[in-house]
Design a protein around this ligand. Structure first.
Ligand code: NDP
Length: 276
């Protein structure tokens, strides 16, 4: 279990959800971990936001798994803030070998009523945030001739969907960005791959505002209602995935076995890829 011994892995959106699962898995396998999350106390498009307590809990789990952990508070939409995180991490751990551009937000509205603020929030985090992460970590990786970068797209980065124009656009963008970055960085020992997950029961989808928006007739949606809502939202057989299933794909892309795998998109989506 020490296949990442001596490596340093940076994970954006690491306070909870999938990011937490990736962080703990790297620590269990011998890596040091740099967490980035914004932990802001504001209401963004009805999204239930991660807290400083969430971030502290991930730190606790990483350290319990035997990894050193640097937890930073930064917004991935802010390039200068990310540069600062990378400088701190490099001072503390010497370098960053692995970056998982995982931070993301979702919002639900038909395109005709998607506000500019909602668009900017979703695209700013999901697409510009990935661009900023690539920009912040790649100079050091180029210098050392080694890097493993994983971006998190979505099954909605490979298809359209009702009420999800901003989210779909941002996640399609992640795939174009990933493929271009893979080519630009290919000569520097750096791989860049995307994962396109299906539905995972994290904070992002436990979103009362989203459920209220989609089914205003339901006052307190129960598990069956939510299943029903998700079925309508994604027009698919619903199978909830576990964050650990995405973690396994992240570990694969960043392991030595995948040294020559770059520019790919791996759907981990309970079969929805069959529709694309
Ligand atoms: P969570 O909401 O549980 O975790 C996302 C984390 O990213 C949160 O801690 C969130 O903080 C943080 N984050 C969001 N925006 C920023 C920002 N601008 N700067 C720093 N941190 C930020 O959701 P998941 O773990 O499920 O999401 C991880 C990734 O997986 C996302 O990119 C998402 O789009 C993608 N995905 C998720 C699916 C799902 O079904 N859950 C399906 C397909 C893809 P905050 O609370 O402040 O927003």
């Amino acid at each position: 279990m020490d296949d990442f011994k001596g490596r340093v892995a940076l994970i954006t959106g690491g306070a909870r959800g999938q990011g937490r699962s990736h962080a703990v898995a790297y620590a269990e396998r011998g890596a040091d971990v740099v967490l980035v999350d914004r932990c802001e106390d504001r209401d963004v498009i009805g999204h239930p936001m991660a807290t400083k307590e969430d971030l502290a809990e991930t730190v606790r789990l990483v350290e319990a798994a035997g990894g050193r952990c640097l937890a930073t508070v930064a917004d991935v939409a802010d390039r200068a803030a990310l540069d600062e995180v990378v400088a701190r991490a490099t001072a503390e751990f010497g370098r960053i070998d692995i970056a998982v551009a995982n931070a993301g937000v979702s919002a639900a509205a038909p395109v005709q009523s998607t506000s500019t603020a909602m668009w900017d929030e979703v695209v700013g985090t999901n697409l510009t945030g990935v661009f900023n992460t690539l920009g912040a970590v790649s100079p050091g990786m180029i210098e050392r001739g080694y890097g493993r970068i994983v971006t998190i797209s979505s099954m909605l980065g490979r298809m359209g969907n009702t009420n999800m124009a901003a989210y779909c656009a941002s996640k399609w963008g992640v795939i174009g960005l990933t493929k271009s970055a893979a080519l630009d960085l290919a000569g520097h020992g750096i791989t860049v791959n995307a994962i396109a997950p299906g539905n995972i029961a994290t904070g992002m989808l436990h979103n009362d505002a989203l459920y209220r928006h989609l089914r205003p007739d339901l006052e307190n949606p129960g598990p069956d209602d939510i299943e029903d809502i998700m079925r309508g939202l994604h027009a698919q057989p619903v199978a909830w995935l576990d964050p650990a299933e995405i973690t396994r794909a992240v570990l694969f892309f960043t392991a030595e076995a995948a040294a020559h795998v770059s520019g790919t998109v791996l759907p981990v989506d309970a079969g929805n890829a069959a529709r694309v």
